[in-house]
Design a protein around this ligand. Structure first.
Ligand SMILES: [Fe+2]
Ligand SMILES: [Fe+2]
Length: 360
C-alpha cells in the first residue's frame, strides 16, 4: 500500500513529532477503520492517513527505541493494535463495523506495530538459555513454583488495603478480559483431532459454561459488575485499561492467529491457568475483608476451583504431550510460558498501580 510504504519519506523531522497528539491520531485511525473501501481511498488519497502514520512512526520510536519507552506511546500503539485485532471476534454490533476486516492497509499497520513491539518483547527473554533446558522438566518445575507463590507486595496490598472504590476500579479493568473470556482460545480449536485438541476443547467448554449462558464465566463477571451498578458491556471501560494489559491481549491475538506459534500459545495458556488462582485468591481475600456480597466475588471463587483443574490439564494433557510430539521445538512451550508470566506480571503491577491511583 503506497501510503504506508511511502510515509517514511513524507514524515516531518523528529522535533515536530515531540508534540504528537496521540488522541487525535487515534481518532483519525478510528475514522479509517470504519471507512468503506478503505484500501482504495487510501491509495487515491494517502493524505487521509498522514497524521495517523506520523503519530505511529513517532510512537514506534519512543516506545521501542528509547528505553524504557514512553508510556503514552506504548498506550497509543497497543490501542491501535487492539482495534485491529478485535475484528477477529464478533461483538454483536453493527455489521458495517467489520467492513475492513480484511483490509491490506490495516494488515500493514498491524504488522508494522507488531514487528517492532515483538522484537522489543523477545529481547527481554534469554531465548538461548531456554533452548538449553530439558523442556518437560522445565515446564514441570515452573508449574510447581507458580501454583502457590509467596505473597508479593502487590498481593499484600490487594488483600490488606484496597478499598471498595479500588475494588470497583479493579473490576472495571478486569471486565475488559472477564466479559469475553476464552474468546481467543476458540480460535485454535479447529483442525486435526487428537487428545490435545480434546483437552483444549474441554477447557473452552468449561469457560463457556458448557453452553449454558448462566454458567458461562463471563456471566459471573457481569454479575460482579451488576452488584455495583456498573456497565456490563464488553469494552465499556476500555479507556481505563493500562497498556500493559492491552499488550497481553494483543500478544494473545498474535499467538492464536498464527499457527506457527501454537506451541507458544499452549505454553502461555498453561501458565495462565496455573497462575490465575494465586491472583484470584488476592481479589477474593479483598472482597471478603470488605464484606461484599457473594455475587460480588463469585467469579474469583469459581476460578480458584476450575483453573486449578485447567492448569493440571494444560500441563499433563497439552504441554507435556506436545513436548513429546515436537521434541525439537518443545522449547517454544517454555518460551510461551515464560513470556506469559513476564507480561502477566507486568500487567498485574500496572493494574495495582492504577487501582492505587484511583483510590487517591
Ligand atoms: Fe474462566
Ligand atoms: Fe480456566
Amino acid at each position: 500500500m503506497n501510503s504506508l510504504t511511502n510515509f517514511k519519506a513524507k514524515s516531518t523531522p523528529t522535533a515536530q513529532l515531540k508534540s504528537t497528539n496521540y488522541d487525535r491520531a487515534e481518532q483519525q485511525f478510528i475514522n479509517l477503520l470504519e471507512m468503506e473501501d478503505l484500501d482504495k481511498k487510501i491509495q487515491a488519497q494517502p493524505a487521509i492517513a498522514t497524521d495517523f502514520e506520523m503519530a505511529m512512526e513517532a510512537a514506534l520510536k519512543s516506545a521501542y527505541e528509547d528505553a524504557p519507552g514512553d508510556d503514552a506511546a506504548h498506550r497509543f500503539l497497543q490501542r491501535i493494535l487492539y482495534r485491529i485485532n478485535r475484528l477477529k471476534l464478533f461483538w454483536y454490533d453493527d455489521l458495517r463495523h467489520y467492513t475492513n476486516e480484511r483490509s491490506i492497509y490495516l494488515q500493514l499497520v498491524r504488522d508494522q506495530i507488531e514487528e517492532a513491539w515483538q522484537d522489543w518483547e523477545i529481547a527481554q527473554i534469554d531465548v538461548a538459555a531456554l533452548q538449553k533446558l530439558d523442556p518437560k522438566q522445565a515446564l514441570i518445575d515452573r508449574v510447581a513454583a507458580d501454583l502457590d507463590p509467596s505473597l508479593s507486595d502487590d498481593s499484600r496490598y490487594l488483600r490488606e488495603q484496597m478499598t471498595e472504590a479500588g475494588y470497583r476500579h479493579l473490576l472495571a479493568i478486569g471486565s475488559f478480559d472477564g466479559l469475553v473470556e476464552g474468546s481467543r482460545l476458540s480460535r485454535i480449536l479447529g483442525g486435526a483431532a487428537n487428545e490435545v485438541q480434546c483437552t483444549l476443547t474441554k477447557v473452552l467448554l468449561e469457560e463457556y459454561g458448557n453452553g449454558r449462558y448462566t454458567r458461562k464465566h463471563s456471566t459471573f463477571f457481569a454479575q460482579m459488575l451488576n452488584e455495583f451498578g456498573m456497565n456490563t458491556e464488553p469494552e465499556a471501560y476500555f479507556d481505563l485499561v493500562p497498556w500493559e494489559v492491552l499488550a497481553c491481549d494483543n500478544h494473545n491475538f498474535l499467538v492464536t492467529e498464527r499457527k506457527i506459534y501454537f506451541l507458544r500459545y499452549c505454553g502461555g495458556l498453561t501458565y495462565f491457568e496455573v497462575a490465575g488462582p494465586s491472583w484470584y485468591r488476592n481479589y477474593l481475600a479483598a472482597a471478603q475483608r470488605l464484606q461484599l456480597s457473594a455475587a460480588a466475588m463469585g467469579y474469583w471463587e469459581l476460578h480458584i476451583k476450575e483453573d486449578e483443574r485447567h492448569g493440571q490439564w494444560m500441563l499433563d494433557d497439552v504441554a507435556l504431550p506436545l513436548a513429546e510430539q515436537y521434541p525439537g521445538e518443545a522449547w517454544q512451550l517454555v518460551l510461551g510460558y515464560d513470556q506469559e508470566k513476564l507480561m502477566g506480571d507486568r500487567a498485574g503491577s500496572a493494574v495495582v498501580r492504577s487501582v492505587r491511583q484511583a483510590e487517591r
